[in-house]
Design a protein around this ligand. Sequence first.
Ligand code: PLP
Length: 400
Amino acid sequence: MKFENVRAAGIKSSPSMAIAMAARKLMSEGRDVIDLSLGEPDFEPPAHVADAACAAIRAGGIRYGAPAGMESLRQAIVKKFRTENHLDYGLDEVMIANGAKQILFDVFLATLEPGDDVIVPTPCWVSYGDIVSLHGGVPVYVSCGPETGFKITAERLEAAITPKTRWLMLNSPSNPTGAIYTREEYRALAAVLARHPQVLVISDEIYEHILLRDVPFISFAEACPELRDRTMIVNGVSKAYAMTGWRVGYAAGPKALIAALNKMQSQSVTSVSPVAQAAALAALSGDQGFVGEAARTFAHRARLVVERLSPVPDLEFTAPDGAFYAFIGVSRLIGRKTPAGAALADDNELAAYLLNEFGLSSVPGMAFAAPGFIRLSIAASDRALEGACERLSGMVRSIR
Ligand code: PLP
């Protein structure tokens, strides 16, 4: 029996999840695997987060909530935008969803007509393209390699825009490359967008606080205030506060767009759990020391990986500016043969060889619409990262 419709059949399950599950299966069979496939902090959120959630449960009254989210949390989000990003949003210009991921579902569900284009600069997060397709849109991938610092330029944007373009999807700091757009780079994109008033912008800023070097973060909406009426910011507590499992994300944008997203929520999930919202409120309004501390830990780990991998021949790797990934060029290794005589045809096969023979789980670049790379998460202990670098260099030595 066929259950899936054309849209569901046309997409795949999240590739990074699938690889993590394969790694876990090997581990359950007793194999020694270092799993660097998933992108989530490897430590606990600050203690006041769990305390706030427990207090919310004990206080009772856990009922259906407003689709837009609790007013107290929305107030904290408004304050966050004002103090951290110099942006003024009203309470009805922000909303809360079950993770940044759900906001993308809400926005494409509410706004895409069948066949609308969404420009997605690549390498990009594994889910963007499939979420667009699932909602009847067409992801238009624009390849942005090391030559542009993995960022879309004004020229490439201009060339990709057609009358069917509805959204431009930006992500800074980027998963998987760690690239961060500067104010000037955003301004150059804004100059193009000024000529195409039908194009809206999503700026996914979920890694805002994971800054690894001296490159500062700026919100697209702060850099391009003239585009405020067609910009939606996506953010959340998953990465900054190590709260991936709590499932709280938030959006800010024009009132009518946020109202449309709330309508989607009201007919789907109803609201985010009030327990998770209480936890997110504590995270956003409590002591922020954790956030800087976590970023410093990730910066140390990024340096460690850069140090260990720089001497390895034939890997192309530059230190990431933000987020917590090492995005490593492996194109020089493609086509080489394993000791068993099998040629590694692409990054998928290379990642499978790395997992099966060397016990290191990575995500192949194809998953990010960027063949010729692999991504390692650096959200792991120094020991795991040292082991991972050894395994990766062992793999490089093993093929000819
Ligand atoms: N956006 C990017 C770029 C991500 O890397 C991720 C998670 O990996 C998300 C969004 C999803 O975040 P959330 O946990 O808030 O759904």
